[in-house]
Design a protein around this ligand. Structure first.
Ligand code: ASP
Length: 329
């Protein structure tokens, strides 16, 4: 068979145009099927609450269902690695909190790089935390808590959502500033951890207001303080940990939405636009305000807004984590 070089190039050029046009076509019709929004903690926890809250208006804006998928384990790093390896088509998204910025310092062997393996859709919400105890835990005031922890140390259990979770980080900062060593118990998220607290199986938990405010208001848990420097509108009578003696104690949990590296720009633009619509949704704004959670300004709900923040947070938290001598194996 005579091999015609000319026809080979004509065919390859035709194939290339076909591929480019079908890629353009697929980006134009994006999304034409359900989108998966991966959440790295168990259902019912604060990250899951945020994801399910924004999935509905985001889906409406995109004209497709945004389906929340919980992929748990290792403080969110298993889910991050899974999304980093997913097809870059825009149909697999990731909602994670500041754990994306603490993982590089906490994990010696991390199976993803937050700054190389993802595209950035935008910042989502900043959520304060609250230090809680099971309802019948003996200390009532923060002063009584300090004395009790000094006297009982690791006989006291402190739940968290695994190494790299913000409940873990909050707990570590709390223990190091209090000068106590507690018995930390990991769960697949602070949804299950909260069930253990409500059931009296654990003593303490530091968790985001996106889960804890309704339980605090219903008196189902004991609260000692909030982890912001100013009191929260949702809990005006609850003092901050800083004003009670843990000077400058501050953990505010920011969240970001990501896609796998290589997701086409036109698809990312549609996703950022839909996220902005979701964050402006009246129901979302009201619910997050009721939970003392701050929606970032629109310019932060952008690729640059998220990537710049992530870079700054990695720089901020790495020395804090190293100084506290915290890391995974
Ligand atoms: N609050 C968890 C954490 O400590 C996250 C979650 O369970 O939603 O990171």
């Amino acid at each position: 068979m005579k091999f015609e070089l000319k026809s080979f190039f004509q065919t390859s050029a035709a194939m290339a145009c076909l591929a480019a046009s079908s890629l353009a076509f697929s980006q134009d019709v994006f999304p034409n099927k359900t989108i998966s929004l991966v959440v790295p903690f168990a259902a019912g926890g604060p990250t899951d609450v945020v994801a399910r809250m924004i999935a509905i208006p985001m889906g409406k804006a995109l004209g497709q269902t945004v389906l929340v998928e919980n992929a748990v384990g290792a403080g969110g790093t298993i889910a991050a690695a899974k999304v980093a390896r997913a097809a870059p088509t825009g149909y697999t998204l990731f909602l994670h909190h500041m754990g994306m910025s603490t993982a590089p310092a906490l994990y010696k062997k991390l199976s993803f790089d937050p700054l190389k393996d993802f595209e950035y859709i935008g910042q989502v919400v900043d959520v304060p935390m609250t230090l809680l105890a099971r309802k019948d835990f003996p200390p009532t005031t923060f002063t009584e808590l300090q004395a009790y922890l000094k006297a009982n140390g690791n006989k006291v259990s402190l739940a968290n959502a695994g190494l790299g979770a913000v409940s873990h980080l909050c707990g570590l900062l709390f223990m190091s500033q209090m000068g106590v060593e507690l018995n930390t118990i990991p769960y697949s998220g602070t949804g299950p951890a909260m069930n253990a607290l409500l059931g009296g199986q654990v003593d303490l938990l530091c968790d985001q207001t996106t889960q804890t405010v309704p339980l605090i208001k219903d008196g189902r848990v004991k609260i000692y303080g909030v982890t912001t420097l100013n009191r929260l509108s949702a809990l005006p009578n609850v003092p901050t940990l800083s004003e009670q003696g843990l000077k400058g104690f501050e953990v505010k949990v920011w969240h970001g939405m990501y896609a796998p590296k290589g997701t086409p720009a036109p698809v990312l633009d549609k996703l950022t636009a839909a996220l902005r619509v979701a964050m402006q949704d009246p129901m979302v704004k009201q619910r997050l305000a009721d939970l003392s959670s701050d929606i970032p300004p629109l310019d932060k709900i952008s690729a640059t807004g998220l990537k710049t923040h992530l870079e700054a947070e990695i720089i901020k938290w790495s020395p804090v984590i190293k100084k506290a001598g915290i890391y995974a194996d």
